[in-house]
Ligand binder design. Structure first.
Ligand SMILES: Cc1cc2nc3c(=O)[nH]c(=O)nc-3n(C[C@H](O)[C@H](O)[C@H](O)COP(=O)(O)OP(=O)(O)OC[C@H]3O[C@@H](n4cnc5c(N)ncnc54)[C@H](O)[C@@H]3O)c2cc1C
Length: 418
């Protein structure tokens, strides 16, 4: 549990009265059964009050660090509070991999899946798309198992913590693979628009970074599986290949980033941008992110570019990624191949909020869905319009939790009571 019940960014002080750290599922079940209001806190990397509770918070970090590989089914079952970095090292040591990772390995598996956390790659669904099953402590304190055959499973994975406390998650795994990472510099926006597919499809995972001080992409991070074709040979797109490791945020030392310069390495040490033992990103920040349909990418970027002078003084860096469509009801990539526009802001919510609202206005024509775990001001009516399965999710949540034990002020704003 973070110090003084704050999130990682320390922009949110949780209002929960009590924090529990059960060491067994039996103890967790007792705590949940006895609580009036309770929510799980993962590693606290969300930037809003999504994890907060008017009653109790529970961290699963002290539960046994279960990790069991099923070679027949190609899955791993892991304790929900484990961090991706821990799971990834274990899998790699046993010759396996996850299909993708977010920018940082520090986040908990259940917390990341609950908000639809994603990495990049045109064929890569978000991290929750790897979930094959969940064990969950429900409002009554019962422990139940869910899988693809369970009613409403597609609503149960990106579930904002509303169905119960997830104790373990079963994830698809694939054979381990190696990746080499190159960074290219200075891509003008018109060139990106003209060659969009070629650039974002150039490798397994591609991320674009810009500070929006100019209409250009400053860094293109290309993560190529070494068992796939090398599409970005020297001179690719006429871009300069970086000759030293770079941090995406200008002025920050690259020691915290994963190795670049084309040095091959295991998947879990290249797919995230940041290394587990270091502070990811800048550490002193707020974040916002919107998902639009992939085919709207250029138009949405143009709309952002049109107001860059308004928001760029508050921006540390902006990251652009692609995510494959999925069928998870509350996933920001539900039903559409997506293009995600992410903003790492300075840590000043009063200055950032109007900038966020301005961006939302620009992106409204593109049905921009905000990242559930980041800062946004999108109206609840807009969220309702953007998620066609929201009523089904509300009914599912009500079925699991009729008294609203797992509800909080944040979800009350966006998820109808039934
Ligand atoms: C530096 C940084 C980089 C980031 N990079 C990315 C990125 O690359 N891609 C991206 O998509 N996002 C990114 N994020 C956002 C982050 O991945 C999400 O906010 C994610 O939800 C954080 O996971 P967590 O374990 O910290 O969850 P928390 O913030 O602790 O909780 C998030 C939600 O999950 C629920 N939850 C947690 N554990 C459980 C459980 N056991 N059972 C039921 N519900 C649970 C909580 O109740 C809450 O609703 C980044 C955040 C930071 C700080």
């Amino acid at each position: 549990m973070p110090d003084q019940l704050m999130n990682w960014a320390k922009n949110i002080t949780f209002s929960a009265h009590r924090a529990h750290h059960p060491t067994s599922v039996v103890e967790l079940r007792r705590v949940v059964a006895g609580a009036e209001h309770i929510r799980a806190l993962g590693s606290g990397h969300s930037f809003n009050t999504i994890a907060d509770s008017a009653g109790d918070l529970v961290s699963l970090a002290a539960l046994p660090p279960l990790m069991t590989i099923d070679t027949e089914r190609s899955t791993v079952t892991v304790a929900a509070g484990l961090r991706y970095g821990e799971v990834a090292s274990y899998l790699n040591a046993h010759g396996y991999a996850l299909h993708n990772m977010g920018s940082l390995p520090h986040i908990s598996v259940a917390g990341a899946c609950a908000t639809g956390t994603h990495g990049s790659g045109p064929k890569n669904g978000n991290l929750a798309t790897a979930v094959r099953g969940l064990d969950l402590v429900t409002a009554t304190g019962d422990l139940i198992s869910l899988d693809a055959d369970s009613d409403g499973f597609l609503g149960s994975v990106v579930a904002l913590g509303m169905l119960g406390i997830v104790t373990s998650v079963t994830l698809d795994i694939v054979p381990a693979f190696d990746v080499e990472q190159y960074v290219y510099e200075d891509l003008p926006l018109p060139q990106l628009y003209e060659h969009f597919d070629e650039i974002v499809n150039a490798a397994y995972s591609v991320s674009l970074f810009t500070t929006w001080r100019e209409s250009r992409i400053e860094q293109v991070w290309v993560k190529r599986r070494i068992d796939e074709p090398a599409n970005t040979k020297p001179g690719w797109m006429g871009l300069r290949a970086a000759e030293v490791d770079l941090h995406p945020v200008p002025g920050i030392d690259a020691a915290s980033t994963t190795q670049q310069l084309g040095v091959p390495g295991p998947w879990h040490e290249r797919l995230p941008h940041f290394r587990l033992g270091f502070t990811p990103s800048s550490g002193d920040e707020l974040q916002t992110e919107y998902f639009v349909a992939r085919e709207s990418a250029a138009a949405a970027l143009d709309a952002v570019d049109a107001i860059r002078h308004q928001f760029s003084p508050l921006l540390q860096v902006c990251e652009l990624r692609t995510i494959a469509a999925d069928q998870l009801w509350l996933s920001p990539s539900y039903g559409r191949d997506s293009f995600a526009i992410h903003f790492t802001w300075i840590k000043d919510i009063d200055a950032v909020t109007p900038a966020v609202a301005g961006l939302e206005q620009q992106l409204a024509p593109y049905d921009a869905r905000p990242h559930w775990g980041k800062v946004y001001t999108t109206a609840p009516e807009t969220i309702a319009r953007l998620y066609e399965r929201l009523p089904a999710f509300a009914a599912l949540a009500h079925g699991y939790d009729p008294t609203g034990k797992f509800r909080n002020e944040f979800v009350d704003r966006y998820i109808p009571k039934r």
